[in-house]
Design a protein around this ligand. Structure first.
Ligand code: NAP
Length: 236
């Protein structure tokens, strides 16, 4: 029997890095977390790791590149818990370190946009009907300092563009959802020690996850359509 009073959160890319820490922190705060990953073995192992620490999460497969997988995961959440309250679009890839926009392979640009932008777009669209029904929703888009137009420069061109697009998605959906209790915000974790960020990054996963967790649990009067770093508004 499921406890239907707990907020239900879907987190993408939950098997490692910032996503795993977001899952851990949300579960520790009492949310019913559905830790999702494209690789079931890695996802289940991550759940086992957290349950060994006394946290109770559920695993479900979700490949953000696969529309059928997105729909199936949302159907699972709604079937099991009758709603989705929180979506954290965390899954991301970075394929073009050291590349220039003039010669990066178009396939790399397409793949990056598919994962970092189309995935969050399809998933947000899939959960919004449930959030509307319950007049409650928190969508968190894990963006990047590299997606900031204010400091836009070279390096990681496809990755940068994907995060700019993700930030635009945040603004547009926030506008469309104004007047509802569905809040959608972007955040940057900063440069974090993960497989993507590398061992030399200055921030821990705990620091990287903190603002996403805060946005996932915003009170009803909280902001929507914003971009945050360390819980404070950041330059787009
Ligand atoms: P990470 O350790 O490389 O983890 C990325 C996660 O995304 C993994 O779980 C990966 O799954 C998952 N993923 C990739 N493609 C997917 C797909 N098609 N479907 C589902 N999951 C998929 O990276 P991270 O540093 O934790 O990054 C998390 C988020 O933070 C990303 O959006 C990234 O852009 C952002 N970010 C990171 C940094 C940083 O310094 N680390 C800085 C700014 C922003 P697999 O294990 O199966 O590959």
């Amino acid at each position: 029997m499921n406890d239907n009073t707990r907020r239900v959160a879907i987190v993408t890319g939950g098997n490692k890095g910032v996503g795993l820490q977001i899952c851990k922190d949300l579960a520790a705060k009492g949310l019913q977390v559905i830790l999702t990953a494209r690789n079931p073995e890695l996802g289940k192992a991550a759940c086992d790791q957290l349950s060994a620490q006394g946290l109770e999460l559920i695993f479900h497969r979700l490949d953000v590149n696969d529309a059928a997988s997105i729909e199936e995961a949302v159907r699972f959440a709604e079937g099991e818990f009758e709603r989705v309250d929180v979506l954290v679009n965390n899954a991301g890839i970075s394929l073009d370190a050291g590349k220039r926009l003039q010669d990066v392979a178009v396939e790399a640009v397409e793949s990056t946009l598919r994962t970092n932008f189309y995935g969050p777009l399809l998933l947000s669209r899939a959960v919004i009907p449930s959030m509307r029904r319950n007049n409650y929703g928190r969508i968190v888009n894990v963006s990047s300092d590299l997606g900031s137009m204010n400091s836009m420069g070279g390096g990681y061109p496809a990755y940068r563009i994907s995060k700019v697009a993700l930030n635009a998605l945040t603004r547009i959906l926030a506008w469309e959802l104004s007047g509802t209790n569905i809040k959608i915000n972007s955040m940057t974790p900063g440069w974090v020690r993960t497989d993507m960020g590398g061992a030399g990054a200055p921030r821990s996963v705990e620091q990287g996850a903190e603002t996403a967790v805060w946005l996932a649990m915003l009170p009803d009067g909280g902001p929507s359509g914003g971009y945050f770093r360390d819980r404070k508004p950041a330059e787009w």
